[in-house]
Design a protein around this ligand. Structure first.
Ligand code: AHR
Length: 501
């Protein structure tokens, strides 16, 4: 196929939000234990954190990290995970049918975030707990000193407050799988009261109320409306969660997954604006897309790799360790482009998750850490996207998909900063290389500083422990810039980034 893209630097959507490049660490499987924390590992620091993983997280460019769950948070007592380690209790985590040793908690995780340079986004348990434990956690985390819980934090070895700005009011409270799941009315009331109380402590907190766990939820839309009718004036964000996978060999539909994310975002925006209008509110609700990724959930469910299916209670079991292909990476790159295109309303997002569990980074206990295919589009976009997001005008042929209707073969987004620009592209065609011309005159660019493509003759090629560098991005030698037109060839099923100056 051939495609032409017009870039007009005045077609600004919004500034690039650093929080778009967030990730997620849940106490689930081997994300924390033998993932980012493994005392005794050759690369571990004195706190037991794997520095090989820290290096990869830095390279990934993860801006914010949501913690500690996820479904886990709905059974979590935060008090278990602070104080002297030898006194911390072992608990059952019902969500993932695992044992939790509590050897890593808020104070350790905040220390780890100083190594990675990321911001903490903390979730409170509104599934099996309520307002007071949330307020206690807020006091422990953020109050400087001179109160029972701030002094406890200091006595536990953390003199400075963590000063957490973003807080999630529970997790996926619309999901029947959630411990303590609720109706939208019940949750909306609880979230509103919790948020109002938290803001009595600090009016500048940024609070995220739970939206839907997916656009396929039977309550999608109504859930957001009802929850926001209760909580609109007290919260700042409504969350969105979405996972995609290839079903039954339908790669064409899978590659067009970004269309569903687009629909999801548009629907939540109009629903939130409807409530805001009814309340005559001046506030524009923001969206926190705080779980998104490719996840082969259907296969996990078929293998019965679920909480209740495993008989044993064990520490850090191997759960949800999806191994990602080139096609998966193209979809992840495209989903991130979609989030960028919605930067006017989606001002926070978290790739779910970060290490081992549906993650861009994998580790072997006692062994190496490596990059999955999906690592590359995320890290390169995080590094190159800056300034403002520019809405492209794309002329490209479309193809039919069973799941998403007509889908353009080419998708793209651009960012422009002072004298710097970047264009991100995908080719969804299963067989043909796309010839693309991009009019960049308005950006004033004269030079290509970098052009990389992720593609492979085998679209299901993966990086594994045995072959950790099987798939890596390669320089796209076809890229040329002359007379304000960037020409580039995009291989079939590929993700590309071009940086210009
Ligand atoms: O990310 C894995 C799980 O997916 C999270 O725990 C939950 O919030 C979602 O259903």
């Amino acid at each position: 196929p051939r495609a032409h893209i017009e870039l007009d630097k005045s077609a600004v959507i919004a500034p690039v939000q650093r929080r778009t490049f967030g990730a997620f660490v849940e106490h689930l499987g081997r994300c924390v234990y033998t993932g980012l924390y493994e005392p005794g590992h050759p690369s571990a620091n004195s706190g037991g954190f794997r520095m090989d993983v820290v290096e990869l997280v830095r390279e990934l460019g993860a801006a914010t990290i949501r913690y500690p769950g996820g479904n886990f948070v709905s059974g979590f007592r935060w008090e278990d995970s602070v104080g002297p380690r030898e006194a911390r209790p072992v608990r059952r985590d019902l969500a993932w049918h695992s044992l939790e040793s509590n050897q890593v908690g808020l104070d350790e995780f905040a220390r780890w975030l100083r190594l990675t340079g990321s911001e903490l986004m903390l979730a409170v348990n509104l599934g099996t707990r309520g307002i007071l434990p949330a307020l206690d956690l807020l006091e422990y985390a953020n109050h400087p000193s001179g109160t029972a819980l701030s002094d406890l934090r200091i006595a536990n070895g953390t003199p400075q407050p963590h000063n957490v700005r973003m807080w999630c009011l529970g997790n996926e409270m619309d999901g029947p799988w959630q411990e303590g799941f609720m109706t939208a009315d019940d949750y909306g009331k609880l979230a509103a009261r919790t948020a109002a109380a938290m803001k009595m402590a600090d009016k500048d907190l940024e609070l995220v109320v739970c939206g839907s766990s997916g656009s396929g939820m039977p309550t999608f839309g109504d859930w957001e409306r009802t929850v926001l009718e209760h909580s609109y004036e007290h919260v700042d964000y409504v969350s969105c969660h979405a996972y995609y996978q290839e079903f039954d060999g339908d790669l064409g539909s899978f590659l067009a997954s970004a269309l569903d994310m687009d629909y999801f975002i548009d629907t939540v925006v109009v629903t939130a604006d409807h409530v805001g209008h009814k309340k005559r509110s001046k506030k524009k609700m923001q969206l926190s897309f705080d779980e998104w990724n490719v996840w082969y959930l259907k296969e996990h469910q078929e293998r019965q790799e679920t909480a209740e299916a495993s008989a044993e209670w064990c520490y850090a079991p191997r759960l949800l360790e999806d191994v990602y292909s080139v096609a998966d990476a193209v979809v992840v790159g495209n989903l991130l482009m979609t989030l960028l295109k919605h930067s006017d309303r989606v001002t926070s997002a978290s790739l779910a998750q970060l290490v081992n569990v549906i993650a861009p980074i994998m580790t072997e206990p006692g062994g190496p850490a490596w990059r999955q295919t999906t690592f590359f589009p995320f890290s390169i976009t995080s590094r190159l996207a800056s300034g403002e997001v520019i809405r492209p005008v794309i002329e490209a042929p479309a193809y039919h998909t069973a799941r998403h209707g007509e889908a353009p073969v080419i998708d793209a987004v651009a960012t422009a900063d002072d004298g710097r620009a970047a264009v991100f592209l995908v080719n969804r065609d299963l067989r043909e290389t796309a010839q693309v011309t991009i009019d960049v005159r308005s950006l004033g660019s004269t030079r290509i500083t970098e052009a990389v493509t992720l593609a492979d003759a085998d679209v299901y090629a993966k990086n594994t422990l045995a072959e950790p560098d099987r798939v890596t991005p390669a320089t796209n030698a076809s890229a040329a810039l002359a007379n304000g037109v960037l020409t580039i060839e995009l291989p079939p099923v590929s993700w590309t980034a071009a940086a210009l100056s």
